[in-house]
Write a protein that binds this ligand. Sequence first.
Ligand code: C2E
Ligand code: CA
Ligand code: CA
Length: 559
Amino acid sequence: MTDKFALLKNKRKRAGRDFIALGISASAILMFVGIGSTVVPEIFKNWFGLGPGPDLMLVNALLLNIALILFGWRRYSELLTELEQHQMAEENARLLAETDVLTNCLNRRSITPETDALINHSNLSGKHTAFIMLDLDNFKQINDCNGHQVGDLVLKTTAQRIRAMLPDGSLLARLGGDEFACVVSFDPSYKGRVDQLVNRLIDAVSMPIQTGELQVEITISAGISTTEANSSPATGALDAKCLLHYADIAMYHAKKQGRNRFFWFEVGMEQQLRLRNELEAGIRKGLTNGEFVPYYEQQVDLHTGHLAGFEMLARWISPELGIVNPDIFVPVAEEIGLIGDLSDQLIEQALADASQWDSSITISVNISPVQLRDPWFTQKILKSLVKHNFPAQRLEIEITETRLHENLGLVSSMIISLRNQGIRISLDDFGTGYSSLSQLQALPFDSLKIDRSIVADLARGKEESGSKIINAIVSLGDGLSIPITAEGIEDEETLERLKKMGPLKGQGYHYGLPETGEEVRARLTKLGRYRNVHAAPSEAPVPGTQAEEAHTAASRRNT
Ligand code: C2E
Ligand code: CA
Ligand code: CA
C-alpha cells in the first residue's frame, strides 16, 4: 500500500516536471523565433560587411534558446521511451493475470469474458458455442506417487495435446489443478463434430507420457454444455458462467459413470447432483448418529430346513429418507472414503448380536473391496472378534465376484491372512463376474454363493438354462470341495428344484425378509437357540493364540 502511494506521488511529481519542461520548451521556441528574426539578419549583414555585428546579449539569448530547445527535444524522446516501457509492462501484467503460467493457457479468471466474447461472435455468424470441461481422472495419484515434476509434465503435455486438436479461434483454459476447459463454436447442423472432437481429445490425452524410464498413463472425463436451446429450453445456457456450471455438472456425471468418457449436459443431471450431495451429507451425519444398523437374512440348509446362519445386510434408518438399502449408500460411502468406518460400526453391532445366538449359528458379513486395501483390516476384525468373544470360525466374509479383479494381488494376500485366523471367506454373486477356474483354485474360498439372478431364472420360464448353470456350479463346487449357497429363493417351486441339484444351502425371501436384531432374537428364542448370555465383553483374548497377538498389536496401535 505504501509502495503504491509513493509510486503515485512520484508519477505526479514527474508529470509536474514534464509540464514545466513543456512550458519552457514552448517559450524557448517562441523566443527563438523572436530573437532569431532580429539576430540572424544582423549576423548575415555583418558577414557581408553591410553593418555592425548583433548585440552580444541577443546572441547569448539565442544560444540559450537553442540549448533550451535541445533540452526539450531530449525530454520528449525520453517521454516517448517511458511511455512505450509503461505500455509493455501493462501488457505483460495483463497477460500474467489472464494466463496460466505452467501451461500458457487462459486461466479461470479470463475464460469467462473470453467465452462471452466468443458466444457473441458465434451468434453473429449463426453458430453455437460448446463449452467442454475436461478433468484428468487419476492425476492426484500420479502426482502423489511420482512427484510434482512429473505432475507438471503431465499437465503441460495434456495442454499441448488438447491445443493441437482444437480448431482455430477456439479457447483453451486451465481452470486450476487438473481441470481444463475448451470453448469451440460449431455449426448447428454439424453438432456431431463436437462429439468427434471430444472423442479425439480423450484419445489424445490417454496416449502414454514418457519421462525417462517412467511411462505415465492418464485418462480424462469430459462434460459439454452448449448455447443451443434444444428440445428442453432449460438446457440452453446463454452465458459463459452458465455454460461452465452446466459443463461441470456433465463432467461430474461422466466421472460417476466410470470416467474416461464424456456427456452432454442434461437437466436431470443437476437434480441428480443435488441428491447425491444430500446423500453424502446424510451418510456423514448418519454415521455419527448411529443410523446404520444390521439386518439379518436367514441362511438355511435346503435339505434339512435347519437354520444355519444369517447374512448381515446393512440398512440406513434415515430420519429424512426412511429405510435406505445398501445399493444406494454403499457406493457413495466407498467414494467418499467412509465405507471402512461404516463397516466397522456394522460388524461391531453384528458381532454383539451374534454372540447371543446359539454357537452353531454363523454370521456372514459383506465387505467392499475398498476395505481390502486397508492393511489393518484383518487386525480390526480380530479386535472385534476378541472384544465379543466370538469364535473366528463362526464368521464368514463375503467378497463380490464382480469386484474381485480390482486388485487381485491384495485381495489374495488379505484372504490368506483372514483364513489363517480361522475366518471363512465366500465368493458372493458368483456367476456374474469373470472368475476363471485357475483363479478359483488360486484364491482359497470356503464357499461360493450363486447369484440371485441365476436362481431367479429357475422360476422364470428359463428353467433349462438356469438349471444348467446351477448344475455346472454345483459340480464345480464338488470338484473343488467348496460348499455352495443359492441366493434369492423366492418360492417353493424354486426351492424344490434346487433341492434336487445337490447339497446346497440357500437364502431368500421365501424364508422371510431380512429382519432386525430384535426380530432375530424373537425368532431364535422361539427355536430355543437364543443364548441370552450377556457375556461380558472380553478385552483379554486366550493367551498364546494368534488372536492374542493381533489384540496386542491392535492395542499398541490405538495407544
Ligand atoms: P448381496 O450380498 O447379494 O445381498 C443379497 C441382496 O439380495 C440383499 O439386498 C437382499 O435383501 C436381497 N435378497 C435376498 N433375498 C432375496 C430374494 O429372494 N429376492 C430378491 N429379489 N432379493 C433378495 P440388499 O440388502 O439391498 O443388499 C444389496 C447388496 O448390498 C448386497 O448384495 C451386498 O453386496 C451389499 N451390502 C449389503 N450390506 C453391506 C455391507 O454391510 N457392506 C457392504 N460393503 N456391502 C453390503
Ligand atoms: Ca452377500
Ligand atoms: Ca449376493
